[in-house]
Design a protein around this ligand. Structure first.
Ligand SMILES: Cc1ncc(COP(=O)(O)O)c(C=O)c1O
Length: 391
């Protein structure tokens, strides 16, 4: 079992940061890698032509290990989830009358591309709602998603866990159903990859898109995406030079080349060889691999084991089953507004997010029991006057 890793971060001692789903804080070694990158850029002669390729390939290799991809060349470097999804949208054929299946209230970067794609081709977006109430929500929601997938489904776009309340989607069953009807399975792993194991060989998504700045603990502005055989030979969003075959030969760049680099490298964003951000992402991925996502998840489960029961005693609703331990929603009792809770949390130096009708709690390995105790204390304080007012 991991122990608390806060000493590896620069977080303020008095802050209870339970908000990795918002922004992952930087490890000291990631911060240092960024500073060294700035210094290298300050003296640009230190940046060698091979640096344009080596760090990118190192990042691909680390991500491939993290999500169990055997060929790192299937990993592209992207600047944002929206970019990765735009690549998928550009290369997924959709016919009039077909449908695209999504879960209710996904993050917008995994909604807007599908709305545009559906509009463009006369298709329908099916946003599958959860059942009312917190009980058995995941089970019933997954069943509804499976029912929504039919012979007319061109694409299913889901996360492993819902970004607002941590509900887990059964991507094994949903992936199998998508394959049965020939639909593409596109996964936004942003709110889980890094803190919860994800196995590409097992789930077999056609694409897995992840931003670097949350559970990968990397910098803002850089992410990674796996593309399966369905997207081999596709059209990239842009025609950058480094994605072309032989781009390693800087003297020969004007011998223009129609062929792309192998695998998913054609989908790399222009200026993907960022000398500051890439070393930061590499340092973060190395540490996450050293910890292991399964151990991070176990640490979060252990840390929050008694939380739900205590929160329920105060009248808050917390999903019992079918949710992650690194990210989960807490819904307030009637009469207690999220604004009031937020004000009390701020006063207690507890950082969480409000997403939809829930407080989103998202711990990581830098948290310990004092953070959970502070959160519970703040919720107790926030709930007290509401309870008095009701009775
Ligand atoms: C599930 C999910 N996907 C993606 C993103 C970020 O998307 P983008 O990289 O397009 O800004 C977020 C940010 O909160 C998110 O929660």
């Amino acid at each position: 079992m991991l122990t608390c890793q806060k000493h590896l971060f620069s977080l303020p001692a008095d802050l209870h940061y339970l908000n990795c789903a918002y922004h992952g804080p930087l490890l000291r070694r990631v911060e240092q890698a960024g500073i060294e990158g700035i210094r290298r850029k300050a003296n640009s002669a230190a940046i060698q032509p091979e640096d344009f390729f080596r760090d990118a390939d190192t990042a691909r290799g680390l991500f491939a290990r993290l999500v169990n991809v055997s060929d790192p060349m299937r990993v592209a470097i992207i600047p944002a989830v929206s970019y990765g999804m735009a690549i998928v949208a550009r290369n997924t054929p959709v016919r009039p009358g077909q449908n695209l299946v999504l879960a209710h209230e996904q993050f917008p970067s995994n909604v807007y591309p599908w709305r545009a794609l559906a509009r463009e081709h006369g298709a329908e977006v099916r946003m599958v709602s959860p059942p009312e109430g917190a009980d058995r929500r995941a089970e019933a929601w997954n069943a509804r998603i499976l029912e929504a997938i039919d012979d007319g489904t061109a694409l299913v776009a889901l996360p492993p866990v819902h970004w607002a309340d941590g509900t887990c989607f059964d991507l094994d069953a949903i992936g199998a159903r998508a394959r049965e009807v020939g639909a593409a399975l596109v996964v936004d792993g942003t709110q889980s990859v890094g803190a919860l194991p994800f196995d590409v060989e097992r789930i077999r998504p056609d694409a897995l898109v992840v931003t670097g700045y949350k559970w990968l603990l990397g910098p803002y502005g850089l992410g990674l995406a796996y593309f399966g055989p369905r997207y081999d030979g596709g059209i990239p969003l842009e025609e950058n030079w480094i994605g072309r075959l032989g781009s390693e030969d800087f003297a020969g760049l004007t011998r223009y080349q129609d062929e792309y680099q192998p695998g998913a490298l054609r989908y790399d964003v222009g200026e993907r060889s960022n000398p500051i951000l890439l070393p930061m992402l590499i340092a973060a991925l190395e540490q996450i691999l050293a910890w292991g996502p399964e151990n991070i998840q176990a640490y979060c489960a252990h840390l929050t084991a008694g939380f739900a029961e205590q929160a329920r005693e105060m009248g808050f609703a917390v999903q019992e089953t079918g949710r992650a331990s690194h990210l989960f929603g807490v819904r307030p009792p009637a009469g207690l507004t999220l604004d009031r809770i937020r004000a009390v949390l701020d006063a207690h130096r507890v950082s969480v997010s409000v997403r939809g009708d829930a407080l989103r709690i998202s711990p990581n390995v830098y948290n310990d029991e004092t953070d959970i105790a502070a959160l519970l204390q703040a919720l107790r304080t926030a709930a007290a006057p509401a309870a008095t007012a009701r009775f």
